[in-house]
Design a binder for this molecule. Structure first.
Ligand code: C5P
Length: 400
């Protein structure tokens, strides 16, 4: 089997020392690592240590005739399966967002057509700066994948907040997740049933009750499960996303329709209930558009509870899927609420996401805990496709 190749770009931040560990651990996992160091990175780790660990595959200078002849900045990334930037400094991210190319790292990134995973590492104030926010929004739009940063103590005394680079193991988990071909075929023969998106509960023919769910996480899981060879049914509420290739999509609007579509799609080996199903619907939707009657008194909306689809699949479906996974979006007491929810719903695993965090609800990144019988794992913040791929990896391991 040929080894997957990582092109690692080390930026100039204090977390650069962790890049040494990253190289070693990547090699342990069977990756071949080639490295580019920025000039600033050389202030934090020595090229000699990096070159020794990377077995001489270290490049630094865009204008070195030997290096350009040897590989060239275009070929450097083309020879890789993925480009990983760790630490991705505020400066590097700004240059990427604007397409600057004034050194080997940035020129290689501009000439690159491979997936890019960045592990930002910077001072929390920098991470929170509006310019840094603009840049990362641009990078996310350009399809760059993120892992971390995490929060906690920083190198600078008395500085805390979000900005710590993700640990090498977490970065490599994200790489494993993105290089999906390794999972190809491992779910073949399995039927995976997924719900995604919000539901719309009509008030009258033009108004409805809904929520901010974008459907992105469920769609990403559907794509990852399909890539792993599963037969995938995606029951989706109204969203603005393209159907993932090769997936059977059943579009519904209301919770009751979603439940019926799920029941019709059973049996399944694995059920992943990501949808943000409306808890309540109007007791009776009006046939005609509700009008103001001039009295100044607003109409009273009587609500009634919707069926709980996850509860049904986990506790009543016969045959029950071998693995039932629920999601919980919480804004406070994440672990406590999500742990209780897992037991109440009867699902095997529960993926808890903290929707109070910036960029989670409707956005491209997610910060989750996976709650199972064997314990709780906190995953670093990453984009929704990386979270999806990792979840699919866990499912594969569960069935092995
Ligand atoms: O109770 P809560 O809505 O927080 O539970 C979230 C989990 O339950 C998600 O997996 C969601 O898809 C599922 N759910 C469902 N049917 C409902 C409500 C929630 O399947 N009516």
């Amino acid at each position: 089997m040929t080894k997957h190749k990582i092109l690692l770009i080390i930026g100039g931040g204090i977390a650069a020392y962790k890049a040494l560990e990253l190289i070693r651990r990547a090699q342990d996992r069977g990756y071949e690592v080639t490295v580019i160091m920025t000039k600033a990175a050389e202030q934090f780790v020595t090229p000699l240590s990096v070159s020794t660990l990377a077995k001489g595959k270290l490049y630094a200078n865009l204008f070195d005739p030997h290096e350009e002849m040897d590989v060239g900045h275009i070929r450097l990334s083309r020879q890789a399966d993925i480009v990983v930037i760790a630490p991705a400094t505020a400066d590097l991210m700004a240059k990427m967002a604007h397409g600057l190319a004034d050194d080997l790292a940035t020129a290689t990134l501009l000439a690159n057509d491979r997936p890019v995973l960045i592990a930002p590492g910077m001072n929390p104030k920098m991470w929170d700066h509006p310019a840094a926010k603009r840049n990362r929004a641009q990078l996310a739009e350009d399809g760059v994948h993120f892992v971390g940063p995490t929060s906690g103590e920083m190198a600078e005394a008395n500085e805390a907040g979000t900005g710590r680079m993700a640990e090498p193991a977490a970065i490599l988990d994200a790489v494993d997740g993105l290089l999906r071909p390794s999972q190809h075929g491992l779910l073949s023969g399995k039927h995976v049933l997924i719900t995604a998106g919000p539901t719309h509960e009509p008030i009258d023919p033009v108004r409805y009750i809904a929520n901010r769910s974008s459907g992105k996480q469920g769609y990403a899981i559907a794509a990852a499960a399909h890539a792993a060879g599963a037969e995938v049914t995606l029951v989706t509420g109204p969203v603005h996303l393209n159907a993932p290739e090769g997936v059977e999509v059943v579009a519904v609007e209301t919770a009751r329709q979603m439940k019926q579509a799920v029941v019709d799609a059973l049996p399944a080996d694995i059920a992943i209930m990501c949808a943000a199903v409306a808890d309540w619907r109007t007791a009776s939707a009006a046939d005609q558009k509700q009008k103001k009657d001039g009295s100044g008194t607003p109409p009273v909306l009587e609500l009634t509870e919707n069926p709980d689809i996850l509860h049904h699949v986990a506790r009543e479906a016969d045959p029950r899927p071998a693995l039932v996974i629920g999601f919980a979006a919480e804004t406070d007491h994440l672990i406590e609420h999500a742990t209780a929810k897992r037991l109440r719903k009867g699902c095997d695993w529960l993926v808890a996401n903290d929707v109070s965090q910036e960029g989670v609800m409707g956005g491209d990144t997610n910060s989750v805990h996976l709650i199972r019988d064997q314990g709780i794992d906190a995953w670093p913040k990453a984009d929704k496709q990386a979270v999806a791929n990792r979840l699919v990896s866990e499912i594969i391991q569960h069935f092995q």
